[in-house]
Design a protein. Sequence first.
Length: 176
Amino acid sequence: MIEFKLPSLGADMDEAKLLEWRVAPGQPVRKGDVLAIVDTSKAAVEVESWDEGTVHELLTRPGETIAVGTTMALLLAPGERAGGAPSAEAASPPVAPAAGATAGERRRISPAARKRAEEAGVDVAALRGTGPGGALALADVERAAAARASAPQPTADRQAAMRRAIAAAMSRSKRE
C-alpha cells in the first residue's frame, strides 16, 4: 500500500487546505497525474502523484486543513489487491464526487427547492437530499444557503492569509 502524503510545496509551507480531489477510489493513476488541489497561504496548487497505482481510499475530505506530511490517500501498487478487514471507506460515504445524480439521470428536487437554490446560488449537485428517495427538499437547500452565508468570504480570507504569509517572510528575511 502506497501512502500519498501532502508534500511541502514551499520553504515556508506548514499546512494546506484540501480544495478538491481530482481522482476517485478505484481510479488508476500514473506518475505526474494531478490527484488533488490544495490551497496554501499563497496559492491554489495542483498536487501530483509520485507513484503509479490505483486509488484505494481518500483519507482527507475537501475543506480540511492538514499539515505537511499527512497521509491524504492510500494507493494500491500495480498488481496489489486490497485485502484484510474492510476499510473506513466501506463504513462511510465516499469522499470523492458529490452525491448528485449520475450521468443521464435526472436529479430529484422539489420545484420550491430548485427555485430557492437558483436564488441563493447553491449548487444542487453538491447536496445530499433528505426527502423521499433521496430527493432534495427545500430544507436541504435552506441549510446549504445558511451555511454558505455564515461561511467567511474566501476572498477576504485569502487576502488576509496572503498578508500574513508576506509579513512572516519579511520578518524572517529581516532576522536572517
